[in-house]
Design a protein. Sequence first.
Length: 338
Amino acid sequence: AEPVLEIKNLNVDYGLGDQAVRAVRDVSLTLHRGEVLGLAGESGSGKSTLAYGLTRLLPPPGVITGGEVIYHPEKGDAYDVLGLSDKGLRDFRWAETAIVFQGAMNSLNPVHKISTQLTDVLAAHEPKMSAHSRTARAREMLKLVGISADRMDAYPHQLSGGMRQRVMIGMALILQPQVVIMDEPTTALDVVMQRQILGQLIELRERLGFSVIFITHDLSLLVEFSNRIAIMYGGRIVEEAQAATLYKDSLHPYSAGLLGSFPALRGPRRELTGIPGSPPDLKGMPSGCSFHPRCPKAFDPCADTIPILGHPETPDGSVRTVACWLHPASASLKEPVS
Ligand code: ATP
Ligand code: SF4
Ligand code: MG
């Protein structure tokens, strides 16, 4: 499939000068048309920073310090999102790429009916649309996300958390964007509800044809629902593969650790092992492979030299990358690291 979003060598820092810490390190990732790309990693691995960076919604003191984010609209020429003017950005967000934030269900305006919040998005982006058509589109969108017409005039507090989350998805989809990024608040919604919402998003994707980046701690959800999975650790992508491949045959010890943290979906039971230790502190990243202090397979080169993503061959030619010294395809980082 064609690419819709190509992230190339993206770096994101928090703070400036001596105080700066790098939260996203040299991330390259391609989202293809129609696909669901899952992004997993423990808390603090940089998932949200990556999502905010690529949509240019980073709160201060976040700064993008390098890279490109090439967007391919359905019609017209590709462009770098990082080079957009404020006006360009306003059109890009919502209309081309929409993001549903971590905690989004609490970001609805409490004093407006949900229908009004949807029609306001239309009014801002499609000023020529009649009020009647806006209302009709809002109703249709809410129906698509499973909220019936008689709830259109409800206020956010009259809806459950799951329903509010669905309203946010409806709002994200109302301008028919090509890309929807969902940064799932694992803590705010229970697993059953997360699963329902993701299942529904994927059903909508089949009907409306957008692509999805889904961010979660819960790798089991991704194995079930996504086409491809990228795993982040310490701000870097450490492995990327087709979901089934990653589940059956992960190459990076960190991925194996994350997979060992949930029960097998089917087949023989896995031993639940989890990962000992805790994620690295950005202020004092370990030398070499940043996972080495926690890695059960660490050996000679690991503490000295940073492995960067290599591309092992796959039988079907699908994209597969891994950054680990156990795999000959991984290369060493040549530039000095900050
Ligand atoms: P979670 O799963 O908990 O949402 P995450 O993978 O989304 O985690 P980020 O929120 O992107 O992780 O954070 C990445 C790193 O950047 C963390 O080490 C975090 O402490 C740091 N960070 C995030 N926001 C800021 C900030 N405003 N100032 C300084 N550091 C920050
Ligand atoms: Fe473990 Fe070494 Fe691979 Fe890092 S490079 S994941 S420390 S084996
Ligand atoms: Mg996050």
